[in-house]
Ligand binder design. Sequence first.
Ligand code: FAD
Ligand code: DLZ
Ligand code: SF4
Length: 508
Amino acid sequence: MSRLVLVLGDQLSEGLSALREGCKDRDTVVMAEVVEEATYVRHHPKKIALIFAAMRKFAAALENDGWTVAYTQLDDTDNAGSIVGELLRRAEQTAAESVICTEPGEWRLINKLTHAPIKTRILPDDRFLATHAEFEGWAKGRKSLRMEYFYREMRRKTGLLMDGDNPAGGQWNFDHDNRKPAPGSIAPEGPLTFEPDNVTGDVLALVEAQFGDHFGTLRPFTFATTRAQALDALAHFVKHSLPTFGDYQDAMVTGEPFMFHAILSPYINMGLLGSMEVCEAAQEAYDNGDAPINAVEGFIRQIIGWREYVRGIYFLEGPDYASRNVLKQKRDLPAMYWGGETDMACMEAAVGQTQEHAYAHHIQRLMVTGNFALLAGIDPQQVSEWYLEVYADAYEWVEAPNVVGMSQFADGGVIASKPYVSSGSYINRMSDYCKGCAYSVTKKTGEGSCPFNTLYWHFLDRHRDRFSDNPRMGNMYATWDRMDEEKRETVLSDAQAVLSKLDAGEVV
Ligand code: FAD
Ligand code: DLZ
Ligand code: SF4
């Protein structure tokens, strides 16, 4: 009996479990560009173009490899518009009676496939290092699920950066070496870029016509869209940026959107690169003396630590995770997140490069746009939807834990032991943004004071019941309590003025 083998837009891996299970001679691979996936949130046009172009090329590679592929382009007249709709249409055409697929990275789609009116077998996504059962086993009985301990298990499991039973370099974690602000002048090489070929050119025209009104700039489009190109991008990163990746991992510089980051997450998350091969390339650079331990350990930790850990949390916590809001924050996302005018240089830089490149690095996501949303009391679901839309690497399994959990503390502390909040001084230390800002980062209150400075205390004050007993936040509350009452009132009323401006849709 023939079957359909579903391959989704973020499952473009030769060794995908569904492809391993399928039979080239008998089964049909189904791949479909569908409006439901492109618009369940209004994805950045670059992200849609990346996925469609890579899907088309992956389908061609499968055909070359002997598969029969039923590929639907977005503008095909008989496109059913959804993944399940396409499966049913192809089942009718091919007389297939069942579907095999690899587990999607989102509860929404798992639910649709589980309830599809055709027999569907969902296989584990073994492109990840930890199975759901392994993560559950690790989490079981622990009072807190901190990434660091899980990460050590993954180091042992993979053997990456291990000297026998001990961590290479004598430490598990070199994070304390990785917090340098950027030096006066730097010249990061940036990611490898690629000229669009004809296939990508067709996709760009399609995306422009169909999704041109989504937030984000489509052209120039320079992403890799094949595995071979993604491998070149990996080699380029290892050679040019990995050696300094660690030192300046948290630094932010005006006009340098990429710094020494890898810009590989879109490719890893789509399946064009395997997470282990990326880590092995970094380990090889360390073994050859081409990159220092703090850079290589820091990089590998992001992938076998954070990446695996957030996926584990997403599936462990269940479908309601993404809609949690323990702090009951309700404010609407301000227009500045959509490119609206702002006087805050840091927000303008982070949002501006997101609009242009569908990319911002971790600290921009966490300590600029995320920090501001949390301090300003924005509804975490609106924040989460924004992140899911605007980043080329965003899929719910990785986006929701990072946003709802790590950045917005809306999960009540499953991921973070305290909220990631800071005043303007952190941004000033780690960036050059404040130099060109209309606000003064050293001014704590009054006209022209940095909004982060007053909103920080407003956040702590309004969530005092939840956080004042947190041992990691004792110093913050002690500092607040030491201020005289008049000063505290001025801070709170200045913060309220910022919030009122946001509510009135005025420029902040
Ligand atoms: P690098 O800084 O060079 O890191 C190397 C690799 O490590 C990345 O390619 C990525 O695969 C992995 N990685 C690093 N940090 C994380 C993390 N926290 N979680 C998962 N993987 C990680 N990452 C996504 O892939 N998709 C998202 O939707 C996403 N949303 C985020 C939202 C917020 C609020 C925050 C704070 C972080 C988010 N991240 C997300 C994590 C991180 O910001 C990106 O993985 C990183 O910026 C990707 O760029 P890079 O490849 O240059 O990463
Ligand atoms: C993100 C995305 C987009 C924009 N379009 C498609 C598509 O047309 N067809 C497809 O198979 N997948 C697409 N994807 C990726 C899916 O949304 C993704 O597989 C789920 O969100 C689960 O991670
Ligand atoms: Fe951002 Fe405040 Fe610095 Fe301006 S002064 S760039 S708002 S941190």
